[in-house]
Design a protein. Sequence first.
Length: 73
Amino acid sequence: MNLLTVENLHARYGRAEVLHGIDFRVPAGEVTVVLGANGAGKTTILRSICQMVRTSGCIRLDGRDITGIRTDR
């Protein structure tokens, strides 16, 4: 079972699309790391999951679709 599943994630800052269809899964009970150079999109991935930037795609937490749900919910 996956704790977090992200499919076809796109993110935008204004008119600029900065993530182009990211897919990944975080299995329950596993440690997952996002590695990359400065400007590669690590922070944007986290901001996208938390709905801090405009996104499209599907985000599921523990099987529940949380796409578009505010972070405080």
